[in-house]
Design a protein around this ligand. Sequence first.
Ligand SMILES: [Zn+2]
Length: 107
Amino acid sequence: MPTAVRILDDGAWISVDDERVVSVSELWRLTDHDVCNCTTADFLIEGFVEVDVTETTILARAAGQCVTCGASAVSGWLPVGRIVGPDRRFAPLSSGDVRTPQRRRRQ
Ligand SMILES: [Zn+2]
């Protein structure tokens, strides 16, 4: 069964299979990224812009700000979490995980 991924509340939440799983105000560590010139950006998530799901990965583009240099940007496709197990549960990345923008799979 396909996983249903949506943005709710004007970008404040990502919902997976009708359950709110990730909200704004998280700090994500980004490397090899496109939001600013910091080698590793501490990116404060202010709003989700787009979401998508590949076979096993939930991806989102997020608006936010690097708290190190102050740059505001909309990110590329960042991993949010994975779909795991035979019951296709959502397993979020933890805030300490370093995230790298990914190319979205063509569907
Ligand atoms: Zn920065």
